[in-house]
Design a protein around this ligand. Structure first.
Ligand SMILES: [Zn+2]
Length: 99
């Protein structure tokens, strides 16, 4: 399962998957779900956790672009300079289903 097409429409990250399904994730929700060590520590997403307070700015929820990583995920570049999070395609689908 891989993205066939990705678009940002206003504040929504829209993914069309190769199985025909579509996912819509608010950019803010996408950023807040950043899986990198800095944002999430070493916690597992399946375990309950208390996120550390983050200092977000409006630029934190603005997407500059993204690149694919190793055929299993993608790495968004945010307007505030943060680009450490690699979102696996699996994780993106999970985000969408809990939104
Ligand atoms: Zn992060």
């Amino acid at each position: 399962m891989k993205p066939k097409n990705i678009e940002v429409v206003n504040t929504v990250f829209a993914v069309v998957w190769d199985d025909g399904r579509e996912s819509y994730i608010e950019l803010e929700a996408l950023r807040r779900a950043c899986p990198c060590a800095m944002c999430k520590g070493e916690t597992n997403i399946m375990v309950e956790y208390k996120p550390k307070p983050q200092h977000y700015t409006p630029a934190s929820f603005e997407l500059r672009g993204w690149q694919f990583v190793g055929g299993y995920g993608l790495q968004p570049q945010w307007a505030d300079g943060h680009a450490a999070g690699i979102y696996s395609f699996d994780y993106l689908r999970k985000l969408e289903s809990t939104a």
